[in-house]
Design a protein around this ligand. Structure first.
Ligand SMILES: [Zn+2]
Length: 291
Protein backbone atom coordinates (compact mmCIF):
# COMPACT_ATOMS: atom_id res chain seq x y z
CA UNK A 1 0.00 0.00 0.00
CA UNK A 2 2.93 2.35 0.53
CA UNK A 3 2.98 3.17 -3.16
CA UNK A 4 -0.64 4.27 -3.11
CA UNK A 5 -0.38 6.72 -0.23
CA UNK A 6 -1.41 10.20 -1.36
CA UNK A 7 2.13 11.54 -1.31
CA UNK A 8 3.65 13.95 -3.81
CA UNK A 9 7.03 12.82 -5.18
CA UNK A 10 8.97 15.77 -6.59
CA UNK A 11 11.80 13.60 -7.89
CA UNK A 12 9.78 12.80 -11.01
CA UNK A 13 9.45 16.44 -12.05
CA UNK A 14 9.78 16.90 -15.80
CA UNK A 15 10.03 19.82 -18.23
CA UNK A 16 7.03 19.82 -20.55
CA UNK A 17 7.75 23.15 -22.24
CA UNK A 18 10.12 26.09 -21.91
CA UNK A 19 10.16 27.04 -18.22
CA UNK A 20 7.10 24.87 -17.55
CA UNK A 21 7.56 21.88 -15.22
CA UNK A 22 5.11 19.22 -14.11
CA UNK A 23 5.46 17.16 -10.95
CA UNK A 24 3.50 14.17 -12.24
CA UNK A 25 1.07 12.29 -10.04
CA UNK A 26 2.45 8.90 -11.18
CA UNK A 27 -1.19 7.76 -11.30
CA UNK A 28 -1.36 7.76 -7.50
CA UNK A 29 -4.94 8.40 -6.35
CA UNK A 30 -5.46 11.72 -4.55
CA UNK A 31 -2.21 13.12 -5.90
CA UNK A 32 -2.71 15.79 -8.58
CA UNK A 33 -0.39 16.84 -11.37
CA UNK A 34 1.36 19.94 -10.11
CA UNK A 35 2.61 22.69 -12.40
CA UNK A 36 5.46 25.18 -12.05
CA UNK A 37 5.40 28.00 -14.61
CA UNK A 38 8.31 30.42 -14.76
CA UNK A 39 8.70 33.93 -16.08
CA UNK A 40 11.58 36.40 -15.86
CA UNK A 41 10.47 37.85 -12.52
CA UNK A 42 8.07 35.35 -10.98
CA UNK A 43 7.01 31.71 -10.81
CA UNK A 44 3.45 30.38 -10.60
CA UNK A 45 2.71 27.09 -8.82
CA UNK A 46 -0.48 25.28 -9.89
CA UNK A 47 -1.93 23.00 -7.14
CA UNK A 48 -0.50 22.31 -3.67
CA UNK A 49 -0.89 18.57 -3.13
CA UNK A 50 -3.02 17.29 -0.24
CA UNK A 51 -2.20 18.78 3.15
CA UNK A 52 0.70 20.78 4.58
CA UNK A 53 3.38 18.07 4.34
CA UNK A 54 2.88 17.52 0.62
CA UNK A 55 2.66 21.26 0.10
CA UNK A 56 5.96 21.80 1.97
CA UNK A 57 7.64 19.54 -0.57
CA UNK A 58 6.05 21.39 -3.46
CA UNK A 59 7.01 24.75 -1.96
CA UNK A 60 10.63 23.65 -1.42
CA UNK A 61 10.84 22.42 -5.00
CA UNK A 62 9.26 25.61 -6.35
CA UNK A 63 11.48 27.88 -4.23
CA UNK A 64 14.59 26.14 -5.50
CA UNK A 65 13.32 26.34 -9.06
CA UNK A 66 12.45 30.02 -8.64
CA UNK A 67 15.99 30.99 -7.58
CA UNK A 68 14.80 34.18 -5.93
CA UNK A 69 11.98 34.95 -8.34
CA UNK A 70 8.68 35.99 -6.73
CA UNK A 71 6.22 33.13 -6.01
CA UNK A 72 2.55 32.89 -6.91
CA UNK A 73 0.17 30.03 -6.18
CA UNK A 74 -3.09 29.09 -7.79
CA UNK A 75 -5.33 26.00 -7.65
CA UNK A 76 -7.73 24.70 -10.28
CA UNK A 77 -10.55 24.03 -7.79
CA UNK A 78 -11.04 23.65 -4.04
CA UNK A 79 -10.78 19.84 -3.71
CA UNK A 80 -8.38 18.60 -0.99
CA UNK A 81 -5.55 17.16 -3.10
CA UNK A 82 -5.50 20.28 -5.28
CA UNK A 83 -5.81 23.06 -2.75
CA UNK A 84 -5.60 21.91 0.89
CA UNK A 85 -1.94 22.83 1.28
CA UNK A 86 -2.09 26.52 0.44
CA UNK A 87 -1.42 27.52 4.06
CA UNK A 88 2.30 26.75 3.75
CA UNK A 89 2.74 29.18 0.84
CA UNK A 90 2.96 32.15 3.19
CA UNK A 91 5.58 33.93 1.09
CA UNK A 92 3.59 33.45 -2.12
CA UNK A 93 0.57 35.33 -3.43
CA UNK A 94 -2.34 32.85 -3.60
CA UNK A 95 -4.85 33.84 -6.24
CA UNK A 96 -8.02 32.11 -7.45
CA UNK A 97 -11.35 32.86 -9.10
CA UNK A 98 -14.12 34.13 -6.83
CA UNK A 99 -16.36 31.08 -7.12
CA UNK A 100 -13.50 28.80 -6.11
CA UNK A 101 -12.75 31.01 -3.11
CA UNK A 102 -16.40 30.65 -2.11
CA UNK A 103 -16.22 26.86 -2.53
CA UNK A 104 -13.12 26.80 -0.35
CA UNK A 105 -14.76 28.77 2.44
CA UNK A 106 -18.19 27.16 2.16
CA UNK A 107 -17.53 23.53 1.22
CA UNK A 108 -13.91 23.21 2.33
CA UNK A 109 -14.57 22.29 5.99
CA UNK A 110 -17.09 19.60 4.98
CA UNK A 111 -14.64 18.09 2.50
CA UNK A 112 -11.90 18.17 5.13
CA UNK A 113 -14.11 16.11 7.46
CA UNK A 114 -15.30 13.77 4.70
CA UNK A 115 -11.82 13.05 3.31
CA UNK A 116 -10.33 12.62 6.78
CA UNK A 117 -12.80 9.77 7.22
CA UNK A 118 -11.63 7.96 4.08
CA UNK A 119 -8.64 6.25 5.68
CA UNK A 120 -5.56 6.68 7.86
CA UNK A 121 -3.16 7.64 5.07
CA UNK A 122 -5.47 10.43 3.94
CA UNK A 123 -6.23 11.58 7.49
CA UNK A 124 -2.49 11.77 8.15
CA UNK A 125 -1.92 14.11 5.21
CA UNK A 126 -4.92 16.25 6.12
CA UNK A 127 -3.87 16.62 9.75
CA UNK A 128 -3.27 20.29 10.53
CA UNK A 129 -4.95 21.67 7.41
CA UNK A 130 -6.05 25.28 7.73
CA UNK A 131 -8.26 26.62 4.99
CA UNK A 132 -6.55 29.99 4.77
CA UNK A 133 -8.27 32.37 2.33
CA UNK A 134 -6.61 33.40 -0.95
CA UNK A 135 -4.69 36.68 -1.07
CA UNK A 136 -6.20 37.77 -4.35
CA UNK A 137 -9.56 36.89 -5.88
CA UNK A 138 -10.68 37.61 -9.45
CA UNK A 139 -14.10 37.24 -11.06
CA UNK A 140 -13.87 35.62 -14.52
CA UNK A 141 -10.35 36.00 -15.86
CA UNK A 142 -6.95 37.18 -14.74
CA UNK A 143 -3.79 37.69 -16.74
CA UNK A 144 -0.80 37.11 -14.49
CA UNK A 145 2.38 38.75 -15.76
CA UNK A 146 5.40 36.69 -14.68
CA UNK A 147 7.80 38.94 -16.60
CA UNK A 148 8.09 38.25 -20.33
CA UNK A 149 5.27 35.73 -20.00
CA UNK A 150 1.60 36.28 -19.26
CA UNK A 151 -0.32 33.31 -17.87
CA UNK A 152 -4.08 33.24 -18.34
CA UNK A 153 -6.25 32.20 -15.39
CA UNK A 154 -9.81 31.54 -16.54
CA UNK A 155 -12.88 30.60 -14.52
CA UNK A 156 -14.83 28.11 -16.63
CA UNK A 157 -18.14 28.18 -14.78
CA UNK A 158 -19.62 25.24 -12.93
CA UNK A 159 -18.59 21.81 -14.29
CA UNK A 160 -16.56 19.37 -12.12
CA UNK A 161 -17.17 21.81 -9.24
CA UNK A 162 -18.81 25.21 -9.02
CA UNK A 163 -15.51 27.05 -9.03
CA UNK A 164 -13.34 25.37 -11.68
CA UNK A 165 -10.62 27.37 -13.38
CA UNK A 166 -8.07 26.48 -16.05
CA UNK A 167 -4.55 27.85 -16.38
CA UNK A 168 -3.15 28.56 -19.82
CA UNK A 169 0.40 29.38 -20.89
CA UNK A 170 -0.26 30.95 -24.33
CA UNK A 171 3.34 31.28 -25.56
CA UNK A 172 3.87 27.51 -25.25
CA UNK A 173 0.19 26.58 -25.76
CA UNK A 174 -0.01 24.57 -22.54
CA UNK A 175 -3.31 24.10 -20.69
CA UNK A 176 -3.71 22.94 -17.08
CA UNK A 177 -7.27 21.63 -16.75
CA UNK A 178 -7.52 20.43 -13.17
CA UNK A 179 -10.17 17.72 -12.86
CA UNK A 180 -12.04 18.87 -15.96
CA UNK A 181 -9.83 16.28 -17.66
CA UNK A 182 -8.08 13.10 -16.51
CA UNK A 183 -6.15 10.53 -18.49
CA UNK A 184 -6.22 6.77 -17.94
CA UNK A 185 -9.32 6.97 -15.78
CA UNK A 186 -13.03 7.78 -15.91
CA UNK A 187 -14.17 11.35 -15.22
CA UNK A 188 -14.40 12.14 -11.52
CA UNK A 189 -17.99 13.06 -10.58
CA UNK A 190 -18.03 14.37 -7.00
CA UNK A 191 -21.78 13.67 -6.79
CA UNK A 192 -22.44 13.30 -3.06
CA UNK A 193 -26.10 14.10 -2.42
CA UNK A 194 -27.29 15.72 -0.27
CA UNK A 195 -23.93 17.27 0.72
CA UNK A 196 -22.59 18.21 -2.67
CA UNK A 197 -24.47 18.21 -5.96
CA UNK A 198 -22.50 21.00 -7.64
CA UNK A 199 -20.99 18.82 -10.36
CA UNK A 200 -22.86 19.20 -13.65
CA UNK A 201 -22.36 16.72 -16.46
CA UNK A 202 -24.17 18.98 -18.92
CA UNK A 203 -22.09 22.06 -18.17
CA UNK A 204 -18.93 19.94 -18.02
CA UNK A 205 -19.52 18.79 -21.62
CA UNK A 206 -19.95 22.41 -22.73
CA UNK A 207 -16.75 23.50 -20.99
CA UNK A 208 -14.66 20.68 -22.42
CA UNK A 209 -16.09 21.28 -25.89
CA UNK A 210 -15.00 24.92 -25.63
CA UNK A 211 -11.51 24.02 -24.40
CA UNK A 212 -11.09 21.31 -27.04
CA UNK A 213 -11.96 23.79 -29.80
CA UNK A 214 -8.79 25.71 -28.90
CA UNK A 215 -6.65 22.62 -29.66
CA UNK A 216 -4.01 23.22 -26.97
CA UNK A 217 -0.65 21.69 -27.88
CA UNK A 218 -0.04 20.29 -24.39
CA UNK A 219 -2.79 19.35 -21.95
CA UNK A 220 -1.94 18.69 -18.31
CA UNK A 221 -4.89 16.87 -16.75
CA UNK A 222 -5.76 16.90 -13.05
CA UNK A 223 -4.65 13.27 -12.74
CA UNK A 224 -2.84 10.98 -15.20
CA UNK A 225 -0.24 11.52 -17.90
CA UNK A 226 -0.07 14.83 -19.78
CA UNK A 227 -0.79 14.63 -23.49
CA UNK A 228 -1.90 16.63 -26.52
CA UNK A 229 -5.30 17.72 -27.85
CA UNK A 230 -6.46 14.10 -27.82
CA UNK A 231 -6.79 14.29 -24.03
CA UNK A 232 -9.72 16.68 -24.34
CA UNK A 233 -11.20 14.79 -27.29
CA UNK A 234 -11.22 11.60 -25.20
CA UNK A 235 -12.85 13.31 -22.22
CA UNK A 236 -15.51 14.84 -24.46
CA UNK A 237 -16.17 11.48 -26.09
CA UNK A 238 -16.54 9.84 -22.68
CA UNK A 239 -18.82 12.50 -21.19
CA UNK A 240 -21.08 12.58 -24.25
CA UNK A 241 -21.37 8.81 -24.31
CA UNK A 242 -22.13 8.79 -20.59
CA UNK A 243 -24.88 11.36 -21.14
CA UNK A 244 -26.36 9.70 -24.21
CA UNK A 245 -26.38 6.17 -22.79
CA UNK A 246 -27.87 7.41 -19.53
CA UNK A 247 -30.63 9.50 -21.05
CA UNK A 248 -31.50 6.82 -23.62
CA UNK A 249 -32.32 4.45 -20.77
CA UNK A 250 -34.01 7.09 -18.67
CA UNK A 251 -36.35 7.75 -21.59
CA UNK A 252 -37.49 4.14 -21.50
CA UNK A 253 -38.39 4.53 -17.80
CA UNK A 254 -35.72 2.09 -16.67
CA UNK A 255 -35.00 2.15 -12.93
CA UNK A 256 -31.87 4.02 -11.95
CA UNK A 257 -29.87 1.05 -10.66
CA UNK A 258 -30.38 -0.80 -13.94
CA UNK A 259 -29.26 2.30 -15.82
CA UNK A 260 -26.13 2.42 -13.65
CA UNK A 261 -25.35 -1.25 -14.31
CA UNK A 262 -25.93 -1.10 -18.05
CA UNK A 263 -24.13 2.20 -18.66
CA UNK A 264 -21.16 1.02 -16.58
CA UNK A 265 -20.98 -2.06 -18.76
CA UNK A 266 -21.06 -0.01 -21.98
CA UNK A 267 -18.43 2.47 -20.83
CA UNK A 268 -16.05 -0.11 -19.40
CA UNK A 269 -16.16 -1.99 -22.70
CA UNK A 270 -15.32 1.26 -24.50
CA UNK A 271 -12.39 2.02 -22.14
CA UNK A 272 -11.29 -1.32 -20.65
CA UNK A 273 -7.91 0.11 -19.62
CA UNK A 274 -9.28 3.08 -17.66
CA UNK A 275 -9.30 3.09 -13.87
CA UNK A 276 -11.86 4.62 -11.50
CA UNK A 277 -14.89 2.63 -12.68
CA UNK A 278 -16.83 3.61 -9.55
CA UNK A 279 -17.08 7.16 -10.88
CA UNK A 280 -19.37 6.00 -13.68
CA UNK A 281 -22.19 5.36 -11.22
CA UNK A 282 -21.91 8.87 -9.81
CA UNK A 283 -21.86 10.29 -13.33
CA UNK A 284 -25.02 8.37 -14.26
CA UNK A 285 -26.85 9.53 -11.13
CA UNK A 286 -25.74 13.13 -11.71
CA UNK A 287 -26.97 13.09 -15.29
CA UNK A 288 -30.25 11.42 -14.28
CA UNK A 289 -30.85 14.28 -11.84
CA UNK A 290 -29.96 16.88 -14.48
CA UNK A 291 -32.49 15.75 -17.06
ZN1 LIG B 1 -11.60 17.47 -8.08
Amino acid sequence: MTLMEPVVDVTGAEDIARDVVVIPNRRVPLVPNIGIIGGRDAVLVVETGMGPRNAEKVLAFAAEYAKGRELYLTTTHFHPEHAFGAQVFTAATYLVNRQQAQDRGGKGPGYLAMFSGLGDAIARELHGVELTPPDLVYDQSYDLDLGGRVVELRATGRAHSRGDQVVRVPDEDVLFTGDLAETGQFAIFPWFPPHDVDVSGIRWIEVVRRLAAEHPRVVVPGHGDPGGPQVLADVLDHLELLRDETWLRQDSAMDEQTIVDEVTDVLVRRRPDWEGRDWIEKGVRCLCAER
